[in-house]
Write a protein that binds this ligand. Sequence first.
Ligand SMILES: [Cu+2]
Length: 164
Amino acid sequence: MKSKVFFLALAVVLIAAACNKTSSTDTSSTQDTDTVTQNPTPTPVVTPSPAPTPSPSDSPLPSPNPTPAPTPTPSPVIITISSGGYSPSPITVKTGTKVIFQNNDSKGHWPASNPHPTHTDLPGFDALKAIPAGGSYSYTFTKVGTWAYHDHLNPSLGGKVIVQ
Ligand SMILES: [Cu+2]
């Protein structure tokens, strides 16, 4: 460390000394030019201004808020099916929520969108077959609305999912 600092200081001193030498010689040479009073060149300095590149940062701009709304995927919701029906109901969920219909009954159940028997209110919301005892069917609600459903095997049972 100390030797480095020493050499740095030495270099500075040497450079300073060199500058002094050249500057002293310069003063003598500039005096010579004084005698040449002719001025034959009428300043042809046109200055071509070679800087026509106006801000190359126009095209980039690649980040105009590329992340619009984090929208954290909501956690799944479980609706249990028993001999008494579907519970809880009605239930309110956020868009994109996966609803799992868990059949805890000893018989099969078939949740499907209203109306019975066409199931056309919310196409796709239809187990398409009976969920066996202990089985489950899941549907992800992506459409805002109030979606009534029924048990296709026992249309008096059913419920309602409110998607916000
Ligand atoms: Cu039906």
